[in-house]
Design a protein around this ligand. Structure first.
Ligand code: HAM
Length: 459
């Protein structure tokens, strides 16, 4: 049997519904912040990532899927979305659009050749957003608030925002020197890669996966002590805006991020739910003011964020967040003979076009088996088609909850189902998700609300 590749996942059944629902929430929230969707290719020139993410990062040196195509081009499967978006911004001259900043979001597959473990895959899906063309600290805060609001809208509660600043070029250089001075006497106690990193890029020692638990790393100098006044003021502005937006956060000076393009604000959002395990960073991002220029574009300040969808879905499961996912079908059409089957095909077509979720029998089951199948599919209504009723232009329809049966005219079937399914709306479908934080999006619909202060005031 051919098996899937290590670190790759098949997502199907209910889990796939959760993924699709998450996508709808991401789209809706991105729209609120006026981000437009961008799709860039999965394959890019290898050089883009070497120059963009950094030659000494783990992502480029150890984890990238590189190959030569049949034309001898050096190609890489994208390990993240930012570099591709920046390439596209430059190539399509988006910097010339009077509508600045350019605010885009994406949601797609990335590839990293990592040691697979829980929360660390080789094929991963990230959604992310990038703001290109704004140096305003408000943009940094808005990117953080957008990420938080997506988690909040999905119903996640146990999250923590950690922020830090790497400062501008001057501050980063000061910090680099401090790191070299600090690590030099201890360097032989660290892994071989770190020994190489010391002169090339000492910041990368701080996110070494091999030495992560080493006390030497834990006691290393912190970025904030090396910020110049301008960088410190800027970082304070970001915090002011977060306070104004009432986004809780903590300053965590150990955050440096694993990609080279960052400066000023960096941040990560952690899942705090019990049982998540060590790969609990749901997403991370920050400011990357030099990247556009580094990739041959005009000087453009940027900020962005990306989140792994696999980790997000895991957090939703562990927090047992109830999602408004349609679990069942509206109607199952049962039949015995060919004439009834043809009518089932006709009715299914009509009712699906009218917006209902309709199923029928495809495997030759007897009526008893069809009823069992309708139960397995959690059909709200069943309808046994029989030739006599059909000749009278009628159908017998059964409500599987109340077990009540009614004979109704075929002419009114659509209206009948519409009224039943929409006015007796499924509680689960319309359940309120404010969960007490008063950010209720139910808009007063029929639902069960457990929040005392919610304006919808529904029981
Ligand atoms: P990153 O921290 O490398 O940042 O990845 C962002 C998120 O992608 C991580 O927090 C995690 O949720 C998920 N992720 C990364 N690697 C894996 C993996 N092997 N398996 C599962 N999930 C994973 C970036 O990618 C930057 N491009 C973010 C950014 C956007 N910065 C500015 N703009």
């Amino acid at each position: 049997m051919i098996q899937r590749q290590k670190g790759c996942n098949d997502i199907f059944g209910r889990e796939a519904k959760v993924w699709k629902y998450v996508d709808t929430v991401i789209d809706a929230m991105m729209e609120k912040y006026n981000y437009t969707y961008i799709r860039t290719p999965i394959i890019e020139a290898t050089e883009l990532f070497h120059r963009g993410i950094g030659d000494t990062t783990d992502i480029v040196t150890k984890e990238s899927y590189d190959f030569e195509d049949k034309g001898g081009r050096k190609i890489t499967l994208r390990p993240e979305g930012t570099a591709g978006v920046v390439r596209s911004f430059i190539e399509n001259k988006m910097y010339g659009d009077p509508n600045q900043p350019v605010k885009v979001y994406y949601n797609g597959t990335m590839y990293r050749y990592e040691r697979p473990q829980s929360g660390r895959d080789r094929e991963l899906t990230q959604f992310g957003m990038e703001v290109l063309g704004s140096d305003d600290p408000l943009s940094d805060a808005e990117v953080i608030s957008l990420a938080v609001n997506i988690y909040k809208m999905l119903g996640l509660k146990e999250i923590k925002v950690n922020i830090n600043s790497l400062g501008d070029t001057e501050s980063r250089l000061r910090y680099r020197e401090a790191l070299i001075k600090y690590f030099k006497p201890h360097i032989h106690e660290l892994c071989e890669d770190c020994q190489e990193r010391l002169e090339k890029n000492p910041l990368r020692i701080l996110d070494c996966k091999v030495d992560a638990e080493n006390e030497i790393l834990k006691r290393a100098p912190r970025t904030l002590e090396y910020l110049n006044d301008e960088s410190r003021d800027r970082f304070e502005k970001v915090q002011d805006y977060l306070d104004i937006m009432q986004i809780p956060y903590e300053i965590n000076p150990s955050i440096v991020r694993g990609l080279d393009y960052y400066n000023h604000t960096v941040f990560e959002i952690e899942a705090k739910v019990e049982g998540f395990g060590s790969n609990n960073v749901l997403g991370g991002g920050g400011r990357y003011n030099g990247l556009v220029q580094q990739l041959d574009g005009p000087e453009t300040p940027c900020v962005g964020f990306a989140c792994g969808l696999g980790r997000l879905v895991k957090a939703l499961e562990l927090e047992e967040v109830k999602l408004p996912i349609q679990e069942g079908i509206d109607l199952f059409l049962l039949y015995v003979n060919e004439e009834e089957k043809q009518y089932a095909a006709y009715l299914a077509q009509e009712l699906r076009l009218a917006g209902f979720i309709v199923e029928t029998e495809y495997t030759g089951r007897a009526l008893k088996g069809q009823f069992k199948q309708a139960d397995r599919l959690n059909a709200r209504y069943t309808c046994v088609l029989n030739s006599e009723d059909l000749n009278n232009n009628e159908v017998k329809i059964k409500d599987n909850r109340t077990k009540e049966e009614e004979i109704i005219s075929l002419d009114v079937l659509i209206y009948y189902l519409d009224e039943k399914l929409n006015t007796n709306a499924d509680d689960e479908y319309d359940e309120c998700h404010c969960q007490g934080d008063h950010d209720c999006h139910c808009e007063g619909g029929e639902h069960e609300c457990h929040c005392e202060e919610c304006e919808c005031e529904k029981e």
